[in-house]
Design a protein around this ligand. Structure first.
Ligand code: HEC
Length: 191
């Protein structure tokens, strides 16, 4: 009986894996694709740096609760404007989302679920063959600074908790500790 239950468990796990529409990982990255991957990485880095600059400036100026408002109002338009400037689709996603607009695209979703709960150091960047496009994923680690808004829910300041409640009624992006995988940058470039 016990064995049968185990066998079912294994079948379910395997079934789950094989039914996921997982795209082919390009490993190693072919030389003709490398410049496109480099452009995707530069775009993700730019989004990261510009968001980080706004975040840290606002944390210094008004503290974490004020910075929540800045993230809420600026993260999406800032990401969209970098994408537009560089003509590369780019975004952020996670297995635990704050903004539902950051839900993973279909090709990204299997990688996000596979890495859920991992330590960032254990997750590698991935380049994926999307046919006429190439997809690039870059893991985002949780830094100590991030925990004022993404740490344990009971450890958030009352002001931050309130700002999150007001801005994000379905917020799930809490419970992260430094070193945890917070999510991914993703980018799509034409091949
Ligand atoms: C001041 C509060 C605050 C801090 C500090 C903060 N974030 Fe966030 N984070 C937010 C808000 C608000 C959003 C939702 C932005 C949006 O609407 O797209 C967000 C969204 C995200 C997302 C997109 C996925 C999702 O859940 O919607 C990632 C990834 C992320 N944050 C990572 C980080 C990392 C890494 C750090 C530390 C370097 C960090 N955050 C620090 C408030 C914060």
């Amino acid at each position: 009986m016990r064995l049968q239950v185990m066998a079912w468990g294994v079948a379910l796990v395997l079934g789950g894996c094989s039914s996921a529409p997982r795209h082919r990982v390009l490993e190693p990255v072919p030389p003709d694709v490398a410049p496109r991957v480099a452009a995707a990485e530069a775009t993700m880095t730019e989004v990261q740096q510009r968001l980080f600059k706004r975040l840290t400036a606002e944390l210094e100026r008004g503290g974490p609760a004020a910075a929540v408002t800045v993230c809420r109002d600026e993260a999406q338009p800032l990401t969209a404007s970098v994408a537009h400037e560089r003509s590369i689709e780019v975004g952020r996603t996670s297995h635990k989302l704050r903004n539902p607009k950051n839900a993973p695209r279909a090709w990204v979703a299997p990688f996000v679920s596979a890495a859920a709960g991992a330590k960032a150091a254990d997750v590698k960047p991935v380049v994926v063959d999307l046919g006429d496009r190439v997809g690039v994923l870059k893991p985002i680690p949780t830094a100590p600074l991030c925990t004022s808004c993404h740490g344990a829910r009971e450890a958030l300041s009352p002001e931050v908790a309130q700002a999150l409640k007001d801005g994000y009624p379905t917020d799930a992006a809490v419970g992260f500790a430094p070193g945890d995988l917070r999510g991914f940058f993703w980018a799509e470039v034409p091949r």
